[in-house]
Write a protein that binds this ligand. Structure first.
Ligand code: GTP
Ligand code: MG
Length: 371
């Protein structure tokens, strides 16, 4: 899986609820797991807080995003000294619900950046087995794609990215959407069109893209290899002039032609060296083994608020408890009250002035308090 596109068609995913517990001490079945598959490199955030919940940078990594419904406990679970054959049993629980935002950040050794039409896709298709679409108009590439490049002993993952335009770092064009992908590349391959027509100046192009990269904090310091493409359309002399002009701006330019293949092997060698160096500096995102992210332990806190003369109790555990207990069962209410007492909820309510006959509300359920 390489993109998050399928989430455009489906945004709701629902696992099963737990089943009610039974008599004869039968426990209800747990809700079955639902596994939602995402591409490697997906960052999962809570939609509202934007807190990063999981960064799935590894093949096979998984993250439990919401607890499914627990099955209700059977009647035996509620026995105590005075209630030997309890009629109460729990209902199955609803699973948790949660809104998430998913963002894909491709993991690549080399991210190819440059203006539209510079020949990024042509180069990637020459050095790897992927065949991204190539065409003589800008923004041919709309979705990044990954290819593997063999460079001697090393194997490099190269990402063909959509073209960048000025203002991209502020979100212009497809701007930030794919500059973001570049943030995970160890090395950037900055491709400049040396044969650019309509009066473009390759050095000015280079500096314009540089400016966009500088606008993105994570990319500012990223190692960069610069290549001048389409040398098959230029004279030897013209190519040399560009090499010198870039050099006087402090940039080493590698001349290549994605079309004829000229200079391409040498460029791959330079990239491999650069990636190798970088691999030693930055650790791989994770080291060995499958990573499993876990949910933090259940929150047992609760609090009481008074609204329109009704005392309301909030808190995940308390609210879940009320949903679990079968209040229609003969012993249901007594059992609930016992649990609430043990959790300290009843004491808290009394401190807030709870009296006989008062209504309380927990998790949307209204209850009348009897001593
Ligand atoms: N003569 C020549 N043409 C090239 C070379 N590399 C690419 N082209 C042509 O340049 C045009 C754009 O190539 P692409 O590979 O689609 O460029 P891109 O940078 O991926 O473009 P976007 O995906 O739109 O950003 C196509 O018509 C290619 O055939 C080259 O080395 N020499
Ligand atoms: Mg392209």
């Amino acid at each position: 899986m390489n993109t998050l596109l399928h989430f455009q068609n489906q945004i709701h995913y629902k696992a099963d609820d737990g089943r009610p517990g039974g008599t004869n001490n039968k426990r209800g079945a747990r809700g079955a797991d639902l596994v939602v598959t995402v591409p490697v490199g997906t960052v999962v955030r809570d939609l509202h807080s934007q807190e990063v919940l999981a960064d799935l940078t590894e093949e096979g990594a998984s993250f439990a995003i919401a607890r499914g419904g627990r099955g209700g406990r059977g009647n035996r679970a509620f026995a105590n000294s005075t209630r030997q054959a309890p009629k109460v049993r729990e209902l199955g629980e609803e699973g948790e619900a949660r809104w998430l935002s998913l963002e894909l950040r491709l993991l690549a050794d080399v991210g190819v950046v440059g203006f539209p039409n510079a020949g990024k896709s042509s180069l990637v298709s020459r050095i790897s087995r992927v065949r991204p679409k190539v065409a003589a108009y800008p923004f041919t590439t709309l979705q990044p794609s990954l290819g593997t490049v063999e460079a001697g002993e090393l194997s490099l993952v190269v990402a063909d990215l959509p073209g960048i335009i000025e203002g991209a770092h502020e979100g212009r064009g497809l701007g930030d959407r794919f500059l973001r992908h570049a943030t995970r590349a160890k090395v950037l391959l900055h491709l400049v069109d040396l044969a650019a027509v309509d009066g473009r100046d390759p050095l000015a192009d280079y500096l314009a893209i540089r400016n966009e990269l500088e606008g993105w904090e994570e990319l500012r310091e990223r190692p960069e290899v610069v290549a001048g493409n389409k040398v098959d359309l230029l004279t030897q002399q013209a190519v040399q002039q560009w090499v010198e002009e870039f050099r006087s701006a402090g940039v080493e330019l590698h001349p290549v032609s994605a079309l004829s293949g000229e200079g391409v092997q040498a460029l791959v060698g330079v990239l491999a060296e650069c990636v190798e160096e970088r691999r030693q500096v930055v650790a791989e995102p994770t080291t060995g083994g499958k990573q499993t992210w876990r949910l933090t332990p259940e929150e047992s806190a609760f609090w009481v608020e008074e609204r329109d003369g009704i005392l309301e109790v909030y808190g995940e555990t308390v609210e879940r408890l009320v949903k679990r207990v079968d209040l229609a069962a003969p012993d249901g209410l007594a059992y609930l009250q016992e649990r609430l007492t043990r959790m300290g909820v009843m004491a808290a309510l009394r401190r807030k002035g709870l009296q006989e006959g008062d209504r309380i509300r927990i998790g949307g359920v209204d209850l009348e308090f009897e001593q």
